[in-house]
Ligand binder design. Sequence first.
Ligand SMILES: Cc1cc2nc3c(=O)[nH]c(=O)nc-3n(C[C@H](O)[C@H](O)[C@H](O)COP(=O)(O)OP(=O)(O)OC[C@H]3O[C@@H](n4cnc5c(N)ncnc54)[C@H](O)[C@@H]3O)c2cc1C
Length: 554
Amino acid sequence: MPRRFTFDVLIIGSGAAGLATALGVSDRARVAVLSKDALDAGSTNWAQGGIAAVLDEADDLEAHVADTLVAGAGLCHEDTVRYVVSEGPGAVQWLVDQGVAFDKESGPDGGERFHLTQEGGHSHRRILHAADATGTAVESTLVGRVLASPNITVFEQHVAVDLIIREKVGLPGSGCIGAHVLDRGTGSIDVFQAPFVVLATGGASKVYLYTSNPDGSTGDGIAMAWRAGCRVANMEFNQFHPTCLFHPEAKSFLVSEALRGEGGLLRLPDGERFMQRFDERAELAPRDVVARAIDHEMKRLGADCLHLDVSHLDADVLRDHFPNILARCRDFGIDITREPIPVVPAAHYTCGGIVTDLDGRTDVPGLYAVGECASTGLHGANRMASNSLLECVVFARAASRDVLRQLEGAEAPPEAPAWDESQVTDSDEDVVISHNWDELRRFMWDYVGIVRTDKRLERAEHRVRMLRREIHEYYSNYKISGDLVELRNLALVADLIIQSARSRRESRGLHYTLDCPETSPAARDTVLTPSPIRLDVRAARAWRTGALERRGGA
Ligand SMILES: Cc1cc2nc3c(=O)[nH]c(=O)nc-3n(C[C@H](O)[C@H](O)[C@H](O)COP(=O)(O)OP(=O)(O)OC[C@H]3O[C@@H](n4cnc5c(N)ncnc54)[C@H](O)[C@@H]3O)c2cc1C
């Protein structure tokens, strides 16, 4: 039996962005936090390096701003960058106050201070970390705080299917008043309502065959926001990590760039080195250059993977410095002290997303977006390492302040229609989902990956439109499942990526096309606008019986 819930704030997503927003409002608001998997299953838990903030005396805010602008290849919004960087030390202090135990060291005066590391693109040491598992430290601390809060109710295994928008359902006024949510346990689709709804659903890297992300990175929030009438921006900028372990059972295991720093060599399947043909820094070239070179060689040779060879390095050094990688490869029968590691590049971070302002507000009243699903203007055409966790916390704090400012005057939303499953049946053809899922991720990898061309993008557009029609038909006729919701969203996000990539007639940052290899003098965001939501009386009536979303959804 479907259930109804009403809260002051509904937060969809339980990574750093969602949990920090929940904690930011929970003193004064009743909050629901949804996660489609376990609470800690998002990317946050997997973050390794750390979180960037200016804390060192030798560093300054202007340097962090300048580094971020350079990484973003002319497309960052400087006001956003300045805002995030200046809020950085406060955001980190907030995490420390919650109990996150960042590594410390003793300072020159004998007192303790945070141990700061330096990463690619940063001109100073400004990365706070908790060993090499910063994300776990952040996520587990915030989960602990959320579970201890009497005002926050957590719903694990609850998949938001679509947002409830007044105009779409024929209710007076405009804006978002909740979501229809699939309870994976019971299979029912429940109604969650709140005057403030926050999307914190993470990225969409699962749209590619190889990804460093967890399975849930399917762009659900971006797709839901688009269907709700929000603009999305810069979806063509997908960051790829150059080396992920290639093995059928090794899901998403990153092989650290530090191995190349220690002297690891990239080789073709026949053992030949190739990086020197692409960049004079060879294996030590920046991340996107290495990813592009590997992709180029894989496509040229039709190879499934290339190799990272560290077998010539001192085995004791490998054991001391890379015990995790050594152990993980050994699990898959690879002894890295003797044989090369099979690697492929992997989709790592979604730079674009739902357009928001500096308070995390989207185009739809009552709807916010924070974290990797948002496009705030911080990353531009390329994300600088460790700026993403920072963005999550800074915008979570901004959105919660904005919600609190309006909370007192907020009216409870009118009752939204329940989801109706009376017109649909159980599917006996789930193979359609797994087949389409594989096909989508494969052609996105081959045609819309690291190196693009007009022809490849055209082919991909043709395929994605066909797939979307097929998925839509399936969605219209059968009971929905979590997998179907994700596939439908992933196909829409793929379409948005392809449209954005096709419209950018230059190469910039992470978007590289052989047909327009130069960078234009003027930097412009790619902003896509959905068709306006109109009330159609027939459609609204149909929606009330659950049919419009099934028949007409984008
Ligand atoms: C391997 C790896 C290493 C990284 N290292 C770093 C690093 O060192 N520093 C850094 O700054 N960044 C790093 N990143 C990036 C960073 O981890 C992410 O950008 C950030 O954690 C995203 O946080 P988020 O809260 O936006 O989303 P996530 O943490 O991904 O959480 C998304 C949440 O949304 C939920 N969700 C999604 N869709 C739905 C739905 N339909 N219904 C209900 N719930 C839904 C999920 O269940 C999950 O709870 C790394 C990423 C990876 C994958």
